[in-house]
Design a binder for this molecule. Structure first.
Ligand code: ZN
Length: 57
């Protein structure tokens, strides 16, 4: 089994649909074992309040 070495490039902010390029300072949350990245602390807070609203199972 081979692990992918992260993927370079971008993640999608599921709150506002913006593309974000994660850095050390990027707000993030883990939900259901997946890490989600956000463009801003505000988006992270909206996600944390109700993750199920933004994540389709
Ligand atoms: Zn956002």
């Amino acid at each position: 089994m081979q692990m992918h070495e992260g993927h370079h490039g971008s993640e999608r902010d599921v709150v506002c649909n913006m593309t974000v390029t994660p850095t050390e300072a990027t707000p993030r949350s883990t939900h259901g074992g997946t890490v989600y990245y956000f463009c801003s602390q505000g988006c992270k807070e909206r996600f944390d309040r109700d993750p199920a609203k933004f994540v389709k199972a």
